[in-house]
Design a protein around this ligand. Sequence first.
Ligand code: EPU
Length: 420
Amino acid sequence: MEKLIIEGGKPLKGEVKISGSKNATLPIMAATLLTDEPCIIRNVPHLRDTTTMVELLRSLGKQVEFNDNKLKITSGEKLKSVADYKLVSTMRGSFCVLGPLLAKLKIAKVSLPGGCVIGIRPVDLHLKGLKALGTKIQIENGYIIARCRQLKGAQMYLGGGFGSSVLATANVMMAAVLAKGETVIEAAACEPEIEDLTNMLIAMGAKIEGKGSPRLVITGVKKLSGVNYKVIPDRIEAGTYIIMAAATRSNISILGADTSHLMALVDKLGDAGVKVYNENGVIKVKSKKIINPTSITTYPYPGFPTDLQAQFLALMTMAQGVSVITDKVYPDRFIHIAELNRMGANIRREGVNAISQGVKELYGAPVMASDLRASAALVIAGLAAKGVTEIHRIYHLERGYEDLEKKLQGLGAVTRREKE
Ligand code: EPU
């Protein structure tokens, strides 16, 4: 295992280029199972999660080449219907092969993904939607076994106790595109990653109305074709670098990202005293020494994203006053509090709220990465802190931040990787 050493307390400068979106890429890769024709997917980030998905597609019978952020996926041997525990348990995103396998083969056996440090993460909404389309579901030895004679369009409501579900919408939409007749998904997730998947499916010949909205109307077609498709930029990666600039009181430029996907963050940063604006297609971040305390609540898109909650909390640890950070999407996603407190932050948890009393400065410390976004919060805190921070178990960061160290060093940060 390796650790990341950060010499903090130095402002960042220059520019950083944002990679393709991890969370758009994963369902888009799964969607290639819906066709026998070749698919080219561009702007694919090289990450642990995307390479796990490559392995999963290969295990299902696809041939996959992955070079220079481009995937070429072609049909190899006959498509297999079993997605193995070893691959699905390491990455929840892989559960979205269930819908496409079922649509294509009429049977799919996919390991249940299980929970993770950010919460229990059930799959009831995925199964509710697939059942509405006429699927019989059994759970055996930790696997979902889904079978159908013929998927049939249906009207369904996919909202849950915590709002819409991103991957349940993806799974059900991918099944519905090859179902017989019309499917209406109410309370569909509106995240840009779902809109990207919708655009890709439409480019393959699917008939979908209402893209990007909570009401998707899908008319099933018999067959989908291959596609050459470019994935959208990663809004969470962009948001992480924006917050990083704010935390280190820096002015930086962010290339290749889309502020329209980040309006909730830009708005809240405005309250905190940080200006984020678009200049000729480049995002500029202008920070101030003083950070105003700012409270946020996470919601499904277009609300403040849960995937930026930990990073925003890291910023608020240095604000001049009290901020309340509430996670309504993953109420247990607060494992980073203890690690940030080890760096001098003053945060306490009360139910779904993290209450941060801002401190004058953070100081470097050895800390433990626990999940992807919590680890990004520790990187932000480490860059802003006085002294040296050692982040252990950095493999979490490799799941979601392409070329992180290269990008940090390009911004003038002093970091290095060492063996544990
Ligand atoms: N939920 C249910 N039932 C379900 C599915 C979800 O109750 O069947 C609940 C969840 O427990 C949660 C809420 O609904 O409280 C939203 O979860 P959602 O299903 O939208 O999450 P997901 O689709 O499993 C994706 C991202 C996550 C991101 C969430 C929320 C991918 C691969 N993952 O997960 O990304 O946090 O949406 O935006 O797209 C990350 O990148 O670090 C990450 C965790």
